[in-house]
Write a new protein. Structure first.
Length: 312
């Protein structure tokens, strides 16, 4: 199986991404690192452990990473995810432990220990931990197989400002380090995640699994979609983070283009924008695969089938 580290700020969509990863034999989850983002750090590492317990996987190693972005003040998104970050289904406080090693140290140590080119990073929140790790130990850059991340947007505009997507906006300086690192990057921007809609039919298929996992997942989706559905007037809201994991399992569901992507870090108006050279009008290096299209039905079948394999 492909070795991955998930870096995340759950968030209902992060939670579904974690469940999908834990349900997929193609992936070996070496650890899950919490980052401050949708909600403060303490809630994110608590939520990760709640999700692992929903998946009956209290053995997964969970680490606490950065408490705030590299330069800017933390911006959170309780208006989207609720006060707990995982509103929609009440879960008990987790019994499984948080590892004592710091999340950034775990990322560095793992990459320096594992064979080069074998570990994939999957950031589902602000890129703070990855940026910090690259600054603290630049040698990791050439050892990372790939970074497959959810973040950014271009033709679709932004969701936290008119031009910025939340994850990149929260820590644009970390994003700049990551996109400038030379590590192969695949990005799942709003341009693709806004095509992955949680329609009523798809949510009821999730509930139709008939297990607690199915019920929890459906309840999370129903809470999470409320915000975006009202806003965008679509049938269901967009589902973001699980696309990262689905891409690792079934890349044929997705298509995009290799482009140069740069991060705006100083303009007060457009800070956090991912500037994508889609038409190749510069000779800047093509540093990312910008995913733009998806087989959304294929995605939801995969998600639902896999969640159905988790223990009831
Ligand atoms: C991203 O922001 C968060 O609210 C979601 O979990 C996702 O990672 C979408 O912009
Ligand atoms: Ca997230």
């Amino acid at each position: 199986p492909r070795k991955i580290i998930i870096d995340t700020d759950p968030g209902q969509d992060d939670a579904l991404a974690i469940l999908l990863a834990l349900a997929s034999p193609e992936l070996d989850v070496l650890g899950i690192v919490a980052v401050a983002g949708n909600i403060p750090l303490e809630l994110t590492h608590t939520n990760i452990r709640k999700v692992c317990e929903v998946a009956s996987r209290p053995d997964v190693k969970v680490y606490a990473g950065s408490v705030r972005p590299m330069v800017r003040q933390l911006v959170t998104a309780e208006h989207v995810h609720g006060e707990t970050g995982l509103d929609g289904y009440d879960l008990p406080a987790p019994a499984m432990p948080l590892q004592t090693q710091g999340g950034v140290e775990f990322i560095i140590e793992t990459l320096m220990r594992e064979e080069p080119g074998t570990v994939t990073l999957c950031p589902l929140g602000p890129l703070t931990n990855i940026g910090m790790a690259l600054v603290r130990e630049p040698k990791i850059a050439s050892r990372i197989k790939e970074i497959v991340l959810m973040g950014g947007g271009y033709f679709e505009g932004g969701n936290i400002t008119p031009s910025a997507e939340f994850n990149i906006y929260v820590d644009p300086h970390a994003a700049e380090i990551v996109f400038g690192s030379g590590v192969p990057i695949v990005m799942m921007p709003l341009d693709v995640t806004h095509k992955v809609l949680t329609t009523e039919k798809r949510v009821s298929a999730m509930r139709g699994i008939g297990t607690r996992v199915g019920e929890v997942a459906a309840a999370w989706l129903e809470f999470f979609e409320r915000f975006d559905e009202e806003k965008y007037g679509t049938d269901g809201g967009p589902l973001h983070d699980p696309n990262v994991i689905a891409y690792l399992i079934k890349p044929e569901l997705y298509s995009g283009r290799h482009c140069n992507v740069e991060i705006e870090t100083s303009s007060p108006l457009t800070i956090g924008e991912t500037v994508v050279d889609w038409w190749g009008v510069t000779d800047r290096e093509k540093n990312a695969l910008f995913i733009k299209d998806v087989d959304a039905d294929g995605f939801f079948s995969l998600l639902t089938e896999r969640l159905a394999t988790l223990p009831a």
